[in-house]
Design a protein around this ligand. Sequence first.
Ligand code: G4P
Length: 197
Amino acid sequence: MRLLEEKIISEGRVLSDQVLKVDSFLNHQIDPSLMNEIGKEFAARFVNEGITKIVTIESSGIAPAIMAGLYMNIPVVFARKRKSLTLTDDLLTASVHSFTKNETNEISIAKKYLDSNDRVLIIDDFLANGQAALGLVEIVQQSGAQVMGIGIVIEKSFQKGTEKLKELGLRVESLARIASLTNGEVQFINDKVEELV
Ligand code: G4P
């Protein structure tokens, strides 16, 4: 998605060979009009899948997921990373280990917000090693619902996440695909479709 790539080039900061900082529009301050375009793009890519619900994880997945939900006219559920005071029982849970942060979180969604008839689109901001997405897949599958696809805002294609999800037979649609972050530069994998536009 060209608009997103341009935003990454103009505002992103390469912190290391592994980490891209995009705090000015995605992970801290949020650009609503960019999120609007992102939501529209996810809705277009998954229009034929009969999606009934979007599942994401707090906090940075929520903004793009909400905009996709608006365009698809379906509810958005986010997995919590901490136990809520009011969300005490009847939970679907999975363990998610972050290699970046070297910590493990138990993530959860209330059972009542997913059922076996749901056709779910999972959305997240970053795809790195895929642990968050795999945890969400596990939760959706526990409910008996079907994972129809995974929508990612920024995929770091040089890490293992995409490969792991595709090995499970899942469709992954990433709006920006980063081939490398070496020498302080962002190198994208450009899809043919984008080159033709
Ligand atoms: P994984 O889920 O794909 O395995 O990712 P990993 O454990 O490596 O990442 C943990 C957190 O760091 C996730 O956010 C993820 O979105 C984020 N992250 C991974 N790589 C990058 C990167 O290059 N840049 C930025 N800005 N974030 C990255 P989180 O802890 O869930 O945070 P948040 O959603 O509350 O913002």
